[in-house]
Design a protein around this ligand. Structure first.
Ligand code: GUN
Length: 282
């Protein structure tokens, strides 16, 4: 039997803290959410982000562009938002439709408003451990571990997945917390031989049942970042939860684990950006 890392509950306590801080400081944080085209998953994510903001007293403004609006139009919207003092965070929901350069679009966001922390300036700052924002998903994983008193220091942390958004920054954050970190990916031979060494295992690939019980050291902490659908259309992660749960000491559920933490971190980043803007003007 393992302890469930209840991201849903922890995210609610973080949201409470954000809400109280917005109230007591009188800050008026504003988040611009930009969505291009009609991707149904993106629509669900954007609606959730707007709802989260409303619950915490953060203003959100949606900018919806049709898929054929074009990159120039999108860049013009971003430029306008960069120059608006009442907007502290700019999030362009990814993926963008065909014909848009995601890199070009992300690099157009002012780094001090880049609450996703995808801009190269913010990516670089994570590398040296001197950051304004951390990307929401790996930051959410760290906050969840912290909440349960799980200290990565001295542990062998194995991150499966090397995406720019999750795997790479996750590894760096664990390294900054004095873990020994191994990054695995699709070309790692004998994945289980590596994952079995993990004290903390973070799975972030997007492949149903990638991590099975035989790949987990008894007593390991298992964090499942992925959001997949199984053959019945049910939400699931990369970890075979029923199989792994009895082996792990702590484990995240999917849904209700990392997902809500990711959403909470966006609120924290937006609040932090509003605070920094005040500091800059002071
Ligand atoms: N699409 C999927 N995840 C994310 C995210 O964290 N940020 C943005 N902007 N788009 C996404």
């Amino acid at each position: 039997m393992s302890i469930i890392l209840d991201g849903k509950a922890v995210a609610e306590t973080i949201k409470d803290t954000v809400r109280k801080e917005v109230e007591t400081t009188g800050l008026n944080p504003g988040l611009a959410v930009v969505i291009v085209g009609e991707n149904p998953a993106s629509r669900i994510y954007v609606n959730s982000k707007k709802k989260d903001c409303a619950e915490c007293g953060i203003r959100s403004e949606e900018f919806a562009l049709t898929a054929d609006a074009g990159e120039e139009k999108l860049l013009a919207v971003i430029n306008e938002l960069n120059n608006r003092p009442d907007i502290h965070g700019i999030l362009v929901q990814l993926p963008l439709p065909k014909g848009y350069s995601e890199q070009k679009v992300i690099q157009a966001i002012a780094p001090e408003k880049d609450v996703d922390a995808f801009h190269l300036m913010n990516v670089g700052r994570i590398m040296v451990g001197d950051y304004a924002f951390l990307p929401c998903t790996p930051a959410g994983v760290m906050a969840l571990l912290d909440h349960y008193g799980i200290d990565p220091q001295g542990k062998h942390c194995v991150v499966v997945g090397r995406s720019d958004i999750v795997g790479k920054p996750q590894a760096m954050m664990l390294l900054h917390r004095h873990a020994t970190v191994t990054i695995c990916h699709s070309r790692t031979p004998d994945l289980g031989a590596i994952t079995r060494q993990a004290d903390i295992l973070v799975a972030a690939v997007g492949k149903v049942n990638l991590i099975t019980a035989d790949m987990v050291k008894p007593g390991a902490v298992v964090v499942d970042v992925a959001m997949n659908r199984d053959e019945n259309g049910k939400l699931c992660g990369d970890v075979d939860f029923p199989g792994v749960e009895p082996v792990a000491s702590y484990i995240t559920p999917v849904p209700g684990g990392v997902g809500p933490m990711t959403r909470a971190m966006l609120l924290c980043n937006t609040l932090a950006s509003a605070k920094a803007a005040i500091d800059l003007r002071a």
